[in-house]
Design a protein. Structure first.
Length: 256
């Protein structure tokens, strides 16, 4: 099923539209803050869904007149960094650790370093100039932000892992949306991060299977088999509610 995101409205009920509900084909929206997890096996369209969500966030921002920033933390050299434009991006363990530290400050994760948390929410004491605020992960005070973490399972054994754990925890109370990819069954190698990702604010379970292990979602998905779902299809999970969805396809990369 080819469903271009560009053919859907930018917003529904004030939220960014990323796809449709498969029962009635109505547009579905995602939250704009908190911790999000897009989970699925290899080939299920997890990274494409993450890119669709990033584009949905940008379309929503333009539609509603909000200022926004998109930031990428990635362990895939040929991944999302090549498929979209990002305000800031970091690829590889050392770069992700450095930018992850900045983003944690921008999210208010380190008391005494920032006068405001991301998005202008009152934070710890102190002051920042506009340029200093902009430097905090490339996100200025007053901007809405989307942070995508691509292939975090590859953070095992790198300096980036503890920063990703802290970022996941800080995301739950921040005025930013932090989206982590996750492949079920890989939690053992990154147990602290897996624990921090469990029961997120919102998530997508793509090509789910009742037999899969180490899911970040506690909600039972029922008697489902992976082969019943094409790539990009599964369940949106929020507040204990499951909604069957199809994630729309992002815009193609413009030729250089």
């Amino acid at each position: 099923m080819r469903l271009p995101l560009s053919e859907l409205p930018a917003a529904v009920q004030g939220l960014p539209v990323y796809g449709i509900e498969t029962r009635d084909l109505a547009p579905v929206g995602m939250p704009t803050e908190g911790l999000g997890v897009i989970a699925g096996p290899s080939g299920s369209g997890v990274s494409t869904a993450a890119l669709s969500c990033a584009e949905a966030f940008e379309r929503w921002s333009r539609e509603t007149g909000r200022r926004s920033r998109r930031v990428l933390l990635s362990f895939a050299p040929d991944g999302l960094a090549r498929r979209a434009a990002w305000r800031r991006s970091a690829i590889g363990g050392e770069a992700v650790a450095e930018l992850g530290r900045e983003l944690l400050l921008a999210l208010g994760g380190n008391p005494g370093t920032s006068g405001r948390e991301l998005g202008g929410r009152p934070g710890t004491s102190g002051t920042e100039s506009g340029s200093e605020a902009e430097h905090a992960g490339g996100i200025a005070v007053g901007h809405r932000a989307l942070i995508v973490v691509e292939r975090p399972g590859d953070a095992e054994g790198t300096a980036a892992l503890p920063h990703l754990v802290a970022l996941a925890k800080a995301a739950r109370r921040a005025r930013a949306l932090v989206l982590f990819e996750f492949e079920p069954g890989t939690g053992g190698a990154i147990w602290d991060l897996y624990s921090a990702l469990r029961q997120p604010t919102w998530g997508l379970a793509l090509q789910p299977d009742e037999a899969e292990s180490q899911s970040p979602f506690r909600e039972p998905l029922g008697r489902v088999r992976r082969d019943e779902f094409p790539p990009g299809r599964g369940f949106a999970i929020e507040g204990g509610r499951l909604t069957p969805v199809q994630v729309a396809l992002p815009s193609p990369v413009a030729a250089p």
